[in-house]
Each structure stands twice: as C-alpha cells, then as structure tokens.
Design a protein around this ligand. Structure first.
Ligand SMILES: *[C@@H]1O[C@H](CO)[C@@H](O)[C@H](O)[C@H]1NC(C)=O
Ligand SMILES: *[C@@H]1O[C@H](CO)[C@@H](O)[C@H](O)[C@H]1NC(C)=O
Ligand SMILES: *[C@@H]1O[C@H](CO)[C@@H](O)[C@H](O)[C@H]1NC(C)=O
Ligand SMILES: *[C@@H]1O[C@H](CO)[C@@H](O)[C@H](O)[C@H]1NC(C)=O
Ligand SMILES: *[C@@H]1O[C@H](CO)[C@@H](O)[C@H](O)[C@H]1NC(C)=O
Length: 487
C-alpha cells in the first residue's frame, strides 16, 4: 500500500511536471516571483500591493508587462541596473512605489517599452536626458506634486501621450515639452496650478489631438485670449474633460471657458499709485508705483533718454515699483524725467520736470537755524517754483487717448470709464491746485516771516522746516478709477 501510494505520488508529480513543461514551452510555469501573480500564457507579471521593497528576483526575461504598483521600495532611487534583465518589457507600471528620483538612462535598456507609468511617486526633479532613447505611446507622470523638470528632461524622448495631472505645476516651461513636438498627440495637464500660459504654447497645442487643461488657476485677462479663442475654435480637442476655467479676476472665478465670451478676457491699463521725488543734498530718489492687470513693467527715462527698466515681480503680483537714484546731478534748468508704465493694455506716462536745488548762500536766519540749514529752504523754493508734471495715457487700443478722450472714439468707453476719467482729471486738477496753493501759501508765509526777521516761535509751524535728513519730498497721489481697455 505504502509503495503504491508513493508510486502514485511520483506519478502525479511526473504528470504535473509534464503539463508544466508543455505549458511553459516558451513561457514560464515555475518562475513567478513571490507575492506576484503570473497568469499562464500571458507573459504578464502582476505584483501590485505585494509588500515588495525591491523589484523581485525571478521575473522571467520575456515578461511583456510588469506591474509593481503600490509597493514601497526601500531604495527610492531607480537606476538602469534595476531593469537589466527585462529588455522585453512593453508595459511597466511603477505607480505609488515611493520613487524619489530616476537616474539618467534608467529605462534605456527597455527598447520595446510603450507604456510607462511613474505616477503617484515623490519625484521632485527630473534632470536632463532622463528618458532619452525611449519611444513611448503613453507616459504617465500624474500625481507627483511639486515635480520640476530640467529644460531638457524630455530630450531624446518621444511619446504620443503625456499625462501630468495633479502635479502642482505652475510654470512649466514650453522648452521642456519642445522635444516632444512632433510625437505628442495627447497632453493632460488638468488639476495643476497654471495661472497663465504664454501664447507660444499655441504652436504645441495646435499639433495635438487631445488636451486637458481643466481645473487650473488661470488668470483670465487679455493675455489668455489666445487660449480662449483656441478653445472655441478647436473644442473637439478639449472634449472628454473639464473645460479650462478661471480663478481670477474675481468676476470670473470658477467660470468655465464655455461660460465666457472673448470680450471677458480684458486687461487693465496701468494707473499710477504714487510718484515720489525725494531730495537729499547729493542724491535724488525717484519712486514710481503703478498697478494694472497684468502688473505693468515700469521705465524711468532720464532727460538724456537713458532708461531703467523694472519688471513686475513674478512671484507676488502686486503694485509694480521702480526706484531710480540720481547721484551727482548735472541738471539743467528743467529736466524732464518720465515714468512709463506698460502692460498689454497700453502705456501710461508720467512726466516730472525736476529742477535740482540750487544752493544759493543766503544769510542764515537765526530762528530757522534751529534744525535745518538755510540751503534746504532754498531747495524748497526751487522745487516749488520749477517742478511741474504732466501725464499722458497711450493705449494700444487707442493711440493718444487722453485721460478724458475728446475724440470721436468716446463712444467706445462706457459711462463708468468716462466718469472714472473725469473724476481722475478732477482729482489731478485738485491736486495741482492744492500743490500750487500750498507752495504759494508757504512762500507768502516765508516772506512775511522774513519781514519780521526774528520772531516768536509760534510762527514756526508756518515755516517750512526740513527733517533731520535734510530731505524734501513731493508726493503726488493719483488714484483713478481703473479703466478697462478691451483689447
Ligand atoms: C535597484 O538597484 C539598487 C542597486 O542595485 C538596489 O539597491 C535597489 O534596491 C534596487 N531597487 C529596487 C526597487 O529594486
Ligand atoms: C540577470 O540575468 C543574469 C543571468 O540569468 C543573472 O546572472 C543576473 O543576476 C540577473 N541580473 C539581475 C539584476 O537580476
Ligand atoms: C517655477 O516655480 C518654482 C516654484 O514653484 C521655482 O522654484 C522655479 O524657479 C520656477 N521656474 C521658473 C522657470 O520660473
Ligand atoms: C513644432 O514643430 C513644428 C513643425 O514641425 C513647428 O512649426 C512648431 O513651431 C514647433 N513648435 C514648437 C513649440 O517648437
Ligand atoms: C510703451 O513704452 C515702451 C517703452 O518706452 C515702448 O517700447 C512701447 O512701444 C510703448 N508702447 C505703446 C503702445 O506706446
């Protein structure tokens, strides 16, 4: 009985083995890595959620599809050595493996690779040429928040589909995608943080058959009109996913592109918030502050025509500010400095006629001496008498449009625009009056004061006294209702 049983057992093993050999002609029966599942005849190895901390040994050489999703690798760096014996792979899934970086040429031995998924990892930076030599159909990099790409990260790669949603991308340079120009047909960039895309992207988008840009933070001003127009014209390219939407300006928040019109994408002509001229004995500081949508670029133009340029801060969009110092000034009687604020809606110019203080030696007044030298008082006079300013608006839409447009084009402005402009002019006039009156009054007071020569201290408040820093400041605060220029 015992012998018979043993014979039976070995017979059964024999039969099993035979079956095994038959089944595994060319394929594998015996070698499937632990914690993995290898369906017979399929050349596929599934090791999802297998508690593997390395890529297991024993993966058959001829495996076509390897799925390693959701195994937390103990070594977060992938290199070429990790895939040495897998050159037949067509599909490789490495989603959720805790990968932090991928060395250059890691996959370059996998010449047949078509699908590569490195989603849901902790990839932070992709250096140049990482994927060179690969010729993919679909490349998934989704859900790697904060990932950054070196400008040649995709150089040498070609792929038909690139999927990078939920990557917290905000400033992906078009340079990064340029190597894919030609091969790329589908690009998914939804749920990122793009606020704007340069119009250059149009060249890429035009070549695609499918694109997803929904759920970003687009700032819908005139700079994005091109994307809106592309969306309207090529709506089939956008089909299947959420339409792009706006996060700002507030009036457009959470509106989908298909709920907007081209006229909704407007820019706002710059407005000056403040123009300062502060003088010390050998130094002048000119400050110009302006806002607009988008934040304007500022230029200070010196009387000789030389220019200083101040680009708006990219990280914190707020008022643009340009500060120019004039040292050792060689100013003539009237020197015109100009601050120009420029954005796509147009140019606004603020001209400032500055006369540098001429230090006339005058006998000091005993009462004035207290805190300030007499020369400062002279400075004040010079500035008061000679400094003037003017400003002009010059938009792309309307050449030489004044603050109040008196041309036949008035009808193009809304009531709000005109009222705003009128109020602006009124404020300006008021300011000029106030300044003139102020200076006149101050001068009169000084004359009166001079007459009395040494007077009581109570008059002091009418005398122009300089600060310890011997500086004088002209401030012009002009606030206008913002003008919306449709571009
Ligand atoms: C990749 O290879 C390195 C060195 O050979 C090894 O330390 C690491 O564990 C491997 N990574 C995986 C995920 O198998
Ligand atoms: C690749 O296969 C060769 C030959 O079977 C073996 O010696 C080597 O250890 C394998 N390399 C890796 C990384 O698995
Ligand atoms: C993109 O943004 C990141 C931070 O979000 C910054 O470190 C990087 O310098 C920016 N790149 C460019 C080209 O502006
Ligand atoms: C992509 O290639 C086409 C022609 O092949 C070219 O016209 C276009 O400018 C390129 N786009 C970019 C973004 O380089
Ligand atoms: C605005 O000013 C800049 C700098 O002076 C100049 O280059 C540009 O041509 C001006 N644009 C318009 C519309 O006047």
């Amino acid at each position: 009985m015992k012998r018979k049983g043993e014979l039976f057992c070995s017979l059964r093993e024999l039969v099993l083995c035979a079956v095994c050999v038959i089944v595994s002609l060319g394929s594998i029966c015996a070698t499937c890595p632990r914690n993995c599942f290898c369906p017979p005849m399929s050349n596929n190895v599934y090791c999802s959620r297998g508690n593997l901390d390395i890529i297991p040994d024993g993966i058959p050489f001829d495996t076509l599809e390897l799925t390693l999703n959701d195994n937390k690798f103990k070594n977060p760096v992938l290199t070429r050595r990790n895939f040495t014996n897998l050159s037949s792979l067509k599909n490789l899934y490495l989603s959720g493996c805790g990968i932090e970086s991928i060395a250059i040429d890691t996959f370059s031995g996998l010449t047949k690779l078509k699908w590569l998924d490195i989603s849901k990892n902790d990839l932070k930076f992709i250096p140049d040429f990482t994927f060179r030599g690969l010729n993919l159909e679909n490349f998934f990099i989704n859900e790697n928040p904060g990932i950054q790409f070196s400008s040649k990260a995709f150089a040498g790669l070609s792929t038909r589909g690139l999927y990078m949603h939920n990557c917290a991308l905000r400033n992906l340079s078009l340079e990064v995608l340029r190597p894919l120009n030609g091969s790329l047909r589908a690009l998914w960039l939804y749920e990122n943080q793009f606020e704007k895309l340069d119009k250059e992207w149009l060249y890429l988008l035009r070549s695609l058959s499918h694109v997803r840009l929904g759920k970003n933070n687009f700032h819908c001003n005139c700079e994005l009109t091109w994307l809106y127009e592309f969306f309207v014209k090529e709506d089939s390219i956008f089909s299947g996913g959420d339409a792009p939407s706006c996060s700002s300006p507030p009036s457009h928040r959470n509106k989908l592109f298909n709920a907007l019109k081209a006229g909704d994408f407007t820019c706002e002509l710059p407005t000056f918030k403040k123009v300062d001229a502060i003088f010390e004995s050998e130094l002048g500081k000119l400050t110009c502050t302006a806002s607009g949508d988008p934040s304007p670029t500022l230029y200070w133009i010196r009387p000789d025509g030389t220019t200083e340029t101040y680009y708006p801060s990219k990280t914190q969009p707020k008022d643009s500010e340009g500060v120019m110092y004039i040292t050792n000034p060689q100013l003539t009687d009237k020197s015109k400095y100009k601050c120009i604020a420029n954005n796509p809606a147009g140019n606004v110019t603020f001209s400032l006629n500055l006369a540098w203080p001429i230090a006339k030696e005058k006998p000091m007044d005993s009462t004035t001496v207290g805190r300030t030298p007499t020369t400062s008082v002279n400075k004040v006079n010079t500035i008061e008498n000679k400094n003037t300013y003017e400003w002009t608006v010059n938009s792309k839409a309307e050449k030489n449009m004044g603050i109040v447009s008196t041309t036949d084009k008035v009808k193009q402005f809304s009531i709000v625009d005109i009222v705003g402009a009128v109020i602006g002019t009124f404020l300006l006039t008021l300011l000029i009056c106030a300044l003139v009156f102020h200076f006149y009054y101050r001068r009169r007071e000084r004359l009166r004061y001079d007459d009395k020569r040494c007077c009581e201290n109570k008059k002091h408040k009418n005398v122009y006294t300089m600060s310890d820093h011997d500086e004088n400041c002209i401030k012009m605060m002009i606030q206008r209702n913002s003008e919306h220029i449709h571009s």
